[in-house]
Write a protein that binds this ligand. Structure first.
Ligand code: FO1
Length: 305
């Protein structure tokens, strides 16, 4: 079964790693959000692409989910000592990725080309594609004005109250080479358990239409986000955060929805949206949980066909 998965940060990366463990590499394409990308310290940083690639290559920091394992922090400490911006914690190994990516982009390569080259170097077999090679920037409209995504997310710790989102450049950005082809070749599309507002929506804005069955996995369990601010965003936008709210968010494109056993009571209201459901253990605490959940989701997709 050929799967094209949409992924944002840590939750998406873990689930993509689960899929990568059970699918032949030629049957998996992961399309990654680049709305979080930004230029910082003169470097081009693509946090979600790096999180997905480090996780697939088993190089990711297991505590944070982003950045590299066994990292050291000499460069950022030195920048801090000199009075430079140190709020975005880049480790020494991670710096190497950004320096080299920036160098290749400056040489005229596209983000897809550099991503493919890095995947080869890291031994990543499934295809990992940025959603677009054109700049798309997630802008967060807050009670303190419009903020760039990393300014809101990391620098301001998601404290400003969210009013809406804007994906600057998405209207004119073309999908990266391979994205539309992967969607056409797929038997099903999976929205990984990533933030619907700022991880999956930017990809949807670029891709525009999906004609294949779509299954989403809830990043919200028991009204709380596993990691990150999705529940807080729902609340600030006036929506009670829940797996039901996530299913409703995607209602026009979903064939199936995967929710946690803890949210069994929401299954009926989700089915009433004309969406098939699977309740299972969706928490990925241990690396082994990733393949188990991916297996459950693939069985569910087969049952829909
Ligand atoms: N997230 C943080 O909360 N604090 C950081 O200092 C931070 C640094 C960082 C460095 C490289 C990288 O690839 C990701 C990093 N992230 C950090 C995560 C990241 O910015 C967000 O998780 C994503 O953009 C949301 O998916």
């Amino acid at each position: 079964m050929k799967i094209t998965a949409f992924a944002g940060g840590v939750g998406g990366a873990k689930f993509a790693h689960g899929l990568a463990q059970i699918l032949p590499p030629e049957d998996l394409t992961v399309i990654v959000n680049t709305g979080d990308d930004f230029e910082h310290l003169g470097l081009f940083i693509s946090p979600d692409l790096d999180t997905v690639c480090y996780t697939l290559a088993e190089l990711a920091n297991p505590e944070t989910g982003w950045g590299r394992m066994d990292e050291t922090w000499n460069t950022i400490s030195n920048i801090e000592k000199l009075g430079g911006p140190a709020w975005f914690r880049l480790g020494d190994k991670d710096f190497g990725t950004h320096i080299e990516r920036t160098r290749r982009l400056k040489e005229g390569k596209t983000l897809s080309q550099v991503t493919q080259e890095f995947c080869e170097a890291w031994g990543i077999k499934p295809k990992v594609l940025p959603m677009s090679n054109a700049p798309v920037r997630t802008m967060v409209n807050t009670d303190e004005g419009e903020l760039e995504f990393q300014e809101y997310f990391v620098h301001r710790h998601c404290e400003p109250v969210v009013k809406s989102f804007r994906f600057d450049g998405a209207e004119i950005a073309e999908a990266a080479p391979g994205v539309i082809e992967a969607l056409e070749a797929a038997d099903a599309v999976i929205f990984c358990p990533s933030n619907p507002w700022v991880s999956i929506d930017p990809i949807l804005k670029v891709v525009k239409t999906i004609t294949k069955p779509v299954v989403a996995i809830s990043p919200i369990i028991g009204g709380k986000t596993v990691k990150g601010p999705a529940a807080k965003m729902f609340r600030e936008l006036g929506i009670e955060p829940s797996a039901f709210a996530v299913a409703k968010h995607y209602r026009n494109i979903l064939s199936g929805f995967v929710l946690d056993n803890e949210d069994l009571n929401l299954e009926k209201s989700i089915s009433q949206l004309n969406i098939k459901t699977l309740a299972t253990d969706t928490l990925m605490k241990q690396p082994t949980d990733r393949a188990r959940l991916a297996n459950d989701v693939l069985h569910f997709i087969r049952s829909l066909q």
